[in-house]
Design a protein around this ligand. Structure first.
Ligand SMILES: C[S@@+](CC[C@H](N)C(=O)[O-])C[C@H]1O[C@@H](n2cnc3c(N)ncnc32)[C@H](O)[C@@H]1O
Length: 201
C-alpha cells in the first residue's frame, strides 16, 4: 500500500507506531560510520535527527507535513539541540541547492510508488556530495501480510541503485515500533526491514 499525505495526516492525529521516543537501533548501530553533515529525509518529529545532532553532526530534517516539524522544533528547544527542520517534500530534492555528506531515511523510501521512488533516488543523487552515503531502513518483503507500508525486496533495492551508486550493504533488520494495536500484528521484535547503505559514485 502506498501512503499519501492525507493518510499521514490522519496517522499523526493519533499515535504513529513509529513514534517510539528514541532513535531506531539500526541507525545507532552505524553511527560511528556517519561523519559530516546529515539530511534526515522524512524526519517526522526528529528522534533520529536529534541522536546525530547530540553526537555533533550538523543535521537538517525535512518532512512534508507541518505538524511533525512543529513538534520537532519544540523538542529541539526543550533539549537544547541544534537541528534545522524544514517542511519540504522529499520528491523535490532535485531542485535544492544544499549538499550533504549523508542522508538518512527511516521509513520514507517504502512509501513511494515506483515512479516516485525513481524521482526520490534522482534527488538523493543530486544532493549527496561525491562519495556521500544514503543510509535507510525500509519495510522488507520478508514481513508477512499486507498491513502497513509497501514491502520492498532486495532485488528492488538493487534495481533502484543500479546506476550511479555502489551498494555497500543490504542487511536484514527490524523496525522498532510501539506495541501492536488490536487490529495490527507484526513480527516479534517489530516489522522486518532492510537496512541499506549505498554510496554515490
Ligand atoms: C514512517 S514515518 C517515519 C518518521 C521518522 N523518520 C521516524 O523514524 O520517526 C515517515 C515520515 O515521512 C514523511 N513523508 C512522507 N512522504 C513524504 C515526502 N514526500 N516528503 C517528505 N516527507 C514525507 C511522513 O510525514 C512521516 O513523518
Amino acid at each position: 500500500m502506498t501512503i499519501d499525505r492525507t493518510a499521514f495526516e490522519s496517522i499523526y492525529a493519533g499515535q504513529p507506531r513509529w513514534e517510539i521516543g528514541r532513535p531506531q537501533k539500526a541507525f545507532i548501530n552505524v553511527a560511528d560510520q556517519i561523519t559530516g553533515s546529515i539530511l534526515d529525509s522524512g524526519c517526522g518529529t526528529g528522534e533520529n535527527a536529534f541522536f546525530f545532532a547530540s553526537r555533533g553532526n550538523k543535521v537538517t530534517g525535512i518532512d512534508f507535513l507541518a505538524e511533525p516539524i512543529t513538534i520537532a522544533k519544540r523538542k529541539a528547544t526543550e533539549r537544547s539541540l541544534t537541528v534545522t527542520f524544514l517542511v519540504m517534500d522529499a520528491l523535490t530534492l532535485k531542485n535544492w541547492t544544499e549538499r550533504f555528506d549523508n542522508v538518512i531515511d527511516s521509513g520514507l523510501f517504502h512509501v513511494f510508488s515506483d515512479d516516485d521512488r525513481r524521482r526520490y533516488v534522482e534527488g538523493l543523487a543530486k544532493i549527496l556530495k561525491p562519495n556521500g552515503r544514503f543510509f535507510f531502513l525500509c519495510f522488507s518483503d520478508e514481513e508477512p501480510g499486507t498491513q502497513g507500508p509497501r514491502r520492498v525486496s532486495r532485488k528492488e533495492i538493487e534495481v533502484a541503485f543500479a546506476e550511479g551508486w555502489a551498494i555497500e550493504s543490504i542487511e536484514p533488520s527490524q523496525y522498532e515500533v510501539r506495541p501492536d494495536p488490536k487490529d495490527i500484528s507484526s513480527s516479534d521484535g517489530g516489522p522486518k526491514a532492510w537496512f541499506v547503505v549505498v554510496r554515490r559514485v
